[in-house]
Design a protein around this ligand. Structure first.
Ligand SMILES: O[C@H]1[C@H](O)[C@@H](O)[C@H](O)[C@@H](O)[C@H]1O
Length: 531
């Protein structure tokens, strides 16, 4: 069923009925200039300026991103500052691995669980639960007396990160006007990267000037402050209109849509259209659930979501794409730089490695700002197809740099590298990071726009879990790979992942920029939707 506003778009989609029709055309004209581009239809909607209300919501919700970034970034400085202040001994490599990986492991557990909560209670309560966990985890870490105690604190923060990383992009995507959705979701990624920069700066400042024994406690404890602030802001943040309609609170939903559209007279006309689109989608969902339940008294009603996600072809396609992008975001190896760049730069002979690794975090931040400005104009698919090749080139050149200089592994730390080789490697790492930040760093977080409302939460939860599983694998295997394969082959391996990922994106990821959520999910109805 389609609203009038959707009709032309759906009609055009029906022409593209063939499941295997992969008429991939990478040389498409820019979305802005192409009269037939799908964006055009959605662009007519809410194309005005972003309302002040949406800005405020984006900043308030973005605090979750800040916490995600801060808590993942702060660990690298924490590990080098703890010294003997826990359990009265130096940390072993095993301690370090467990402390680091416990966070991603628990984030992996939390994301699918919080998707169930987000459907039952709403998106906002999940943000609240995440904040409480962030506060509790920060306090536990700051007062740790032993390694296991710190691991418990890191695990609780992991639960918080898992919940926040799933719910914030979902919350923002469901509130943002279609024409600006990419930018709004990327603002959250910008907060993550800012959190990482702040963590690195604080880590470096404490390492250089702070009190070793207590400094790290302050660093991890600081994470509680933004979480407390967000708890207060939550009083003023609304629930998303999509969830409200589903919960039969239509008046509230309409009021929220009105606020997000702003006072622009053109946007005001859109309120009804948006509201009706959401209503239609919710009604369709209820119809399909009651058909699936027969008499509606199915004891295994909770299985419906899984059945819908895995057996309805368009949902299965959405899940495949979302998991592919999230897996690729991590398996391309970016976070091995985030977690271990100080180790790599030490190996390259840089005198202040923590400062050099700050350059990784800052490049990531700066190019996320660029992505923010480009994403809704260029489109998600296109920005990935343009940026991933630069990642591969950066990685392969880094590998060559290691090879040519004879620097084979971390154990070879004493090998004298020429300054030229070290700089060559640093520059290529920067190229890789910049290209990552432009595309893969943010596009996978637009995952919720691929799923229809009935499976949006579950699908996004599973895709987020894929992200954390891959993050866990990369964090755990990077150092052993450097030793087993040599530094250059490790980077070649990440380069191969990028090339394979580029092919997969070209093959199955359609453009969703500018489409309303209801339109975007319709793209996968009859195949991969790639034009
Ligand atoms: O989108 C974010 C961002 O790119 C971060 O810098 C990275 O550390 C995260 O793993 C990723 O999910």
């Amino acid at each position: 069923m389609a609203s009038q506003a959707e009709a032309p778009l759906l009609a055009r989609r029906d022409d593209d009925d063939d499941d295997d029709d992969n008429d991939n055309d990478f040389d498409e004209a820019p979305l802005d200039d192409d009269p037939n581009a799908p964006m055009k239809d959605g662009k007519a909607r809410q194309a005005g300026r972003l309302s002040f209300f949406v800005w405020l919501l984006t900043l308030s919700a973005g605090i979750s991103g800040l916490l995600f970034g801060y808590d993942t970034g702060v660990i690298s400085a924490t590990l080098v500052s703890i010294g003997t202040s826990l359990s009265n001994r130096e940390l072993t490599s095993l301690d370090k691995s467990i402390i680091t990986s416990s966070t991603s492991l628990f984030a992996l557990v939390a994301s699918p669980l919080s998707s169930i909560l987000a459907d039952r209670l709403g998106r906002k309560p999940v943000i609240l639960v995440a904040d409480i966990l962030f506060i509790f985890g920060a306090i536990l870490q700051a007062f740790s007396v032993s390694v296991p105690h710190l691991v418990v604190g890191r695990s609780i923060v992991g639960l918080a990160i898992g919940a926040a990383s799933f719910v914030t992009p979902l919350y923002l995507a469901e509130l943002a006007p279609a024409a600006h959705r990419g930018m709004v979701v990327t603002m959250n990624v910008l907060s993550i990267t800012l959190g990482q920069v702040v963590a690195y700066v604080i880590g470096w400042a404490f390492a250089e000037h702070g009190n070793q024994a207590t400094g790290w406690r302050l660093m991890v404890g600081l994470g509680a402050v933004p979480a407390i602030l967000q708890c207060l802001l939550l009083f003023f943040m609304p629930e998303t209109p999509r969830w409200l309609v589903k919960a039969k609170r239509s008046d509230e939903a309409r009021a929220v849509i009105q606020k997000t559209c702003g006072s622009d007279p053109f946007a005001m006309q859109e309120v009804d259209v948006i509201f009706k689109d959401i209503e239609i989608e919710v009604r369709d969902e209820e119809d399909s659930v009651s058909m699936g339940n027969g008499d509606g008294k199915n004891r295994y009603g909770w299985l419906n979501g899984w059945r819908e996600l895995l057996f309805v072809p368009k949902n299965r396609r959405a899940l495949t794409i979302a998991c592919l992008l999230q897996g690729l975001q991590q398996l391309c190896g970016f976070n091995s730089l985030m977690y271990f760049s100080a180790t790599i730069f030490l190996m390259l002979g840089f005198t202040v490695p923590t400062l050099t690794s700050l350059s990784v975090a800052s490049t990531n931040f700066v190019f996320t700002v660029v992505a923010l400005l480009l994403i809704d104009r260029i489109g998600r698919r296109r920005i990935l197809l343009y940026s991933i090749p630069f990642m591969a080139v950066g990685l392969l050149a880094t590998a060559l740099g290691f090879r040519a200089s004879g620097m084979l592994s971390i154990a070879a730390r004493d090998t004298e590298l020429t300054q030229g080789a070290a700089i060559f490697i640093l520059v290529n790492i920067m190229v890789y990071v910049a290209a990552y930040a432009l595309g893969l760093g943010n596009v996978p977080w637009m995952q919720s726009e691929l799923f229809p409302l009935n499976v949006r939460s579950l699908g996004s939860g599973l895709a987020t879990a894929t992200n954390w599983l891959a993050n866990f694998i990369v964090g755990l295997t990077f150092l052993p790979l450097m030793d087993a394969l040599t530094a250059s082959w490790t980077f070649v391996l990440y380069g191969i992942v990028c090339v394979a990922g580029w092919i997969a994106v070209w093959w199955i990821y359609p453009e969703t920029a500018g489409l309303s959520l209801e339109e975007a999910t319709g793209l996968l109805e009859h195949g991969w939707g790639v034009r």
